[in-house]
Design a protein around this ligand. Structure first.
Ligand code: SF4
Ligand code: SF4
Length: 195
């Protein structure tokens, strides 16, 4: 899935300056070698390739990048960041753009990805700084609405059966994980990010 830009772009460097200030990533350093895109495993589902997102962000095309499918398809695997000969943290830019899209109330084209991010953070908060996979599954089902739709179609029963098999084989644990020691720091972190 690729999208061609057919109109002239008016550069707005305030946006790239903001990425530099808030995430310390210099997107304008990019020299468009496209090594990031050639290593990315998810380009088949993206509307703009990773090097195009970096270029667009460098030119301050806020509307285009924050409304793109690419930032939600990105799985944060960091292959691009590792491959960049210019030390640009492309995965970090994608993360920043996701955050900005949510903060500014943009339409999220991949709603389940956002539901997963929120379920993941809820899980870490509720499980004392660790990930409880069983809880994560439940939270994701609730947040995405998949639990209800699967319940209606009967598919939820198949998921429960699969879950039971995983319990038996030790792939899922019914026991909650041990809380981390720095639990006060974790609580502070969540408090700060909420504010
Ligand atoms: S690998 Fe780095 S320098 Fe090359 S296009 Fe991607 S971001 Fe730009
Ligand atoms: S972090 Fe995102 S953009 Fe980079 S290689 Fe992985 S999926 Fe592609």
């Amino acid at each position: 899935m690729e999208t061609a830009i057919t109109r002239e772009l008016a550069p707005n460097f305030a946006f790239s300056d903001r990425i530099q200030q808030e995430r310390h990533i210099a997107v304008t350093d990019c020299y468009q070698c496209a090594k990031c895109s050639s290593g990315c495993p998810l380009t088949f589902a993206m509307d703009y390739l990773p090097h195009e997102i970096i270029r667009l962000a460098g030119l301050g095309q806020e509307e285009l990048v924050l409304g793109s499918n690419t930032i939600w398809v990105c799985s944060a695997c960091e292959t691009c960041t590792t491959r960049c000969p210019n030390d640009i943290d492309i995965a970090g830019v994608m993360d920043y753009l996701k955050n900005q899209a949510v903060r500014t109330g943009r339409r999220v084209p991949q709603k389940n990805v956002l539901a997963f991010h929120k379920a993941f953070l809820d899980d870490v908060r509720l499980s004392g700084g660790r990930l409880n996979e069983t809880l994560l599954l439940g939270l994701y089902m609730l947040r995405s609405g998949e639990g209800l739709s699967k319940f209606k179609t009967g598919a939820l029963l198949e998921d429960v059966k699969l879950g039971m098999q995983m319990f038996k084989k030790g792939r899922l644990s019914p026991k909650p994980p041990q809380k981390i020691k720095a639990i006060a720091d974790l609580k502070n972190l969540f408090k700060k990010t909420k504010a």
